[in-house]
Ligand binder design. Sequence first.
Ligand SMILES: Cc1cc2nc3c(=O)[nH]c(=O)nc-3n(C[C@H](O)[C@H](O)[C@H](O)COP(=O)(O)O)c2cc1C
Length: 207
Amino acid sequence: MHVVPGLKVLYFGTPVVLISTLNPDGSANLAPMSSAWWLGQSAMLGLGDASQTSANLKRHGECVLNLPSSAMAAAVDRIALTTGRTEVIERKRAQGYRHVADKFALGGLTRQESELVAPPRVAECPIQLECRVSARHPFGSPGVGATGFEVSVLRTHVEKDLVIPGTAYVDPLRWDPLIMKFTEFFGGGSNVHESRLAAGWQMPALR
Ligand SMILES: Cc1cc2nc3c(=O)[nH]c(=O)nc-3n(C[C@H](O)[C@H](O)[C@H](O)COP(=O)(O)O)c2cc1C
């Protein structure tokens, strides 16, 4: 039997991405996001217009999509509810957001120089995709204030142990992505860490 609960959130489960972009002063910003999907050698990223990441992508157009494993949930959670924007808008402040200039330091994460783009990679992430924006689209119903950024993947870096030997494929049995499901963190089908984002959104407690 189906019911019609009028779902308020449609985050059914997508990989978490730590997206690094370049700030106007040349420093790097880092943000967790998970409205991302891939087709061929392109990706589509859904980002709120109030984020520093959106502003950076509109101005500079380069990014690295760093994919954390489920073992990195604690580091990702440390930089949740933070923004690289110096002025935090009221809606985000009410959810618990604060400005943090160096999110690599806050997350205990290491910058690794990229090869084709200016924003750095996150060394701890087993998969890193260097990308450039190819198109952007207004996204969602009026008032949502989001943009779909279409990016071309220029270069992929993958932890050697995850590549099926002698092939150009990631081993799905070894790759354990951090999944964001309804604002909660999952890996291997299990809830792996508490989520500040879920608290900020006042989601129902897990039982
Ligand atoms: C696990 C997780 C997933 C998120 N997914 C998205 C997303 O897909 N799109 C988005 O705009 N914000 C997402 N957020 C919220 C952003 O991290 C937030 O807007 C943040 O302020 C962005 O940082 P920035 O302002 O420095 O760019 C997510 C946050 C977390 C913790």
